[in-house]
Design a protein around this ligand. Structure first.
Ligand code: MF3
Ligand code: CO
Length: 289
């Protein structure tokens, strides 16, 4: 359907289409005609929506900050779940993982060879030498935020420390490739190159995702892409950068009993950090980290 140039813009700004997203749509059409995948309007975030997602992200980061302050050797991952739940609910938020597709807890805690979706438990006691990913996701007034961090417990081996450090570098290097009107595959290509140059592999089956209006929305984001591939990043798109970096083989398996916990096939450790990022007119803005 052709939108009248003087009719209100589809983004609900109240401005006339010709003064708002008309040029944006012309650019999308150009890339579409060049054969690129382009985002639908329904995943494009504008000013007031971005502000509300940032409010959600404040809670998400406060929960991670509280974990950073309190995490220690001898603590159980169930205690981490309690910290995240307490901080989130006391600030008026909802923990997005709880009951999501039947997930039983409020946060994901993935230790050592666990790649992601670790379920907090009173039986998992943090030991010196462990590395753990704590992945928080928050809903506030129907807006979603999602980010994760690694923590090292006690005396961690140099090889595990290096894995954690390179996994962080992968996120930072990917972030630099977030540029409007470039294909999103550039993010994964830069990440893949850095991981491989360090002797590591990247999980292929699980990636990042659009986020903000929903917990998981378009696009799906792979971190084993090639340069020039994938959906065009348009200003207002928001997605996660969350490569899972394995010390050994890239292959993974999912616990057949609980259906959630993903581990490396070779038992070697995996590390992951996660950023939530907005594509802007001139680059990116970090929303949650
Ligand atoms: N927070 C995870 C992500 O980064 C999603 C976990 S789904 C859950 O996408 F149900 F396990 F929480
Ligand atoms: Co995510």
């Amino acid at each position: 359907m052709k939108i009248g140039r003087n009719t209100p813009c589809w983004c609900n700004s109240g401005r006339k289409y010709k003064q708002c997203h008309e040029a944006f749509d012309n650019k999308l059409a150009h890339f579409y005609n060049e054969g690129f995948d382009v985002p639908d309007h329904d995943i494009i975030k504008v000013g007031p929506e971005i502000d509300r997602i940032k409010e959600s992200a404040k809670i998400n980061m406060a929960a991670l900050d509280a974990v950073a302050e309190k995490i220690h050797e001898g603590m159980t991952t169930l205690e981490i779940d309690e910290i995240v739940s307490d901080v989130t609910t006391s600030m008026g938020g909802i923990c997005a993982p709880l009951n999501y597709d039947g997930f039983p807890k409020s946060v994901c805690t993935s230790v050592n060879d666990q790649v992601c979706h670790g379920i907090p438990s009173a039986d998992v006691v943090l030991q010196s030498g462990d590395i753990i990913n704590v992945d928080c996701s928050t809903i506030l007034n129907d807006f979603f935020s999602d980010s994760s961090r690694m923590f090292m417990i006690g005396e961690v081996s140099e090889e595990k420390q290096r894995l954690v450090k390179v996994a962080k570098e992968c996120c930072d290097i990917g972030l630099k490739e977030v540029k409007p009107w470039e294909p999103i595959g550039n993010v994964g290509a830069a990440i893949k190159e850095h991981a491989h140059a360090n002797g590591y592999t990247i999980v292929r089956e699980i990636g990042g995702h659009g986020v903000g209006f929903e917990f998981h929305e378009e696009p799906w984001v792979s971190y084993v892409t090639d340069w020039g591939e994938g959906m065009i990043m348009a200003p207002g798109m928001m997605f996660t950068i969350e490569p899972m970096v394995n010390m050994g083989k890239h292959s993974i398996k999912t616990d057949p009993i609980n259906g959630w916990e993903v581990t490396t096939i070779d038992g070697l450790p995996s590390a992951q950090w996660e950023y939530q990022v907005l594509v802007t007119e001139d680059g990116y803005e970090l929303i949650s980290w």
